[in-house]
Design a protein around this ligand. Sequence first.
Ligand code: ADP
Ligand code: MG
Length: 380
Amino acid sequence: MIDSIKTKFKQLFQNDGDLYASAGRVNLIGEHTDYNGGYVFPGAIDKGIVAEIKENGLNKVRVYSIDCDEYCEFGLEEEDKPEQSWACYIFGVCRETIKRGGKVKCFDSVFAGDVPLGAGLSSSAALESTFAFAIEDINGNGFDRFELARIGQSTEHNYCGVKCGIMDQFASCFGKAGSLIRLNCKTMEYKYFPFEPKGYRLVLIDSCVKHELASSAYNKRRESCERAAAAIRANHPEVEFLSDAKRVWLDEVRDRISEEDFIRAEYVIGEVQRVLDVCDALERGDYETVGEMMYQTHFGLSKLYEVSCEELDFLNKLARKCEVTGSRVMGGGFGGCTINLVKDELAEEFIAAATEQFTEKFGHAPKVYNVVISDGARKL
Ligand code: ADP
Ligand code: MG
């Protein structure tokens, strides 16, 4: 990948630049917890974006995307927004840097990546944080990694039409090889935990489906959580978000909320505790407990929060049958990937079984990605 970037850069710009990179991410556990003020537990992966970048002394940015085989140039005023959607991520990062009082010297760039697009591994965050980090490095605006993550998030909001949370950009900017990062979505405090599962690997199975329900169901889940939190708050004023509530406090309001709101809240409160339990287990190097928690999360997402689907439940069940240590749907639900913690010696058999049986049942093959927890945004 780097060779083709360098060759193309030389050919287009008759020059050499510096290389920057960032990464996609996985979230080991902590799903639908972010908007409830709870924890998420992501890490950067060994799939990302690499960009060669060099100041050009012009009044326009010139960029070539190897993967799209497209060239684009744009100025840095608000009205200069490019047409190509991939270029909007880079333009957005420039604009958000400027809006925060930062300087952006125009540059040339060639970039490529190997994060599968739209598979739930956040290729867009990898793209944003590569450029946010590079622009910071070149211009010395004094923005810390949190600010770079926010620049990426605001880019999605304001230039790409995606109202995302902060997790993806956070993971991409803060990721470290061999570590997952527990982020408290209420206070933004974070802590690294060791994730070096010797003898195990992380395998993602992408169902390649996305069911229509996703966005309306998402809003409904949020509303359920808000109603449950409000009911609990009446007894316990310190409960700002649902994640602040103890399980017994939920039981106190059982007959004041609907059965549906109750089971949604039951999932969320359980999930916040599971993240903490997984962190404890990782500090002991106990990957079997980590795996068991992943299965519990899947059960909760499927039966209580009801955001799974037939394809994902199928993959989860199959993982159990193949003695996979841990398995759950990753992301908002209704499609996308399962994340699996698998013993090395069982991995091949599991992947073969999943591929064969899933294809037979659903008529299309799933995609398989092996991932390793790796570094996030950096200069190469
Ligand atoms: P994801 O879940 O992977 O983040 P998104 O739809 O949010 O999916 O972002 C994917 C978009 O990001 C692509 O459509 C493209 O515009 C941009 N993108 C990501 N990776 C690349 C790449 N390697 N080259 C060009 N554009 C990319
Ligand atoms: Mg994205």
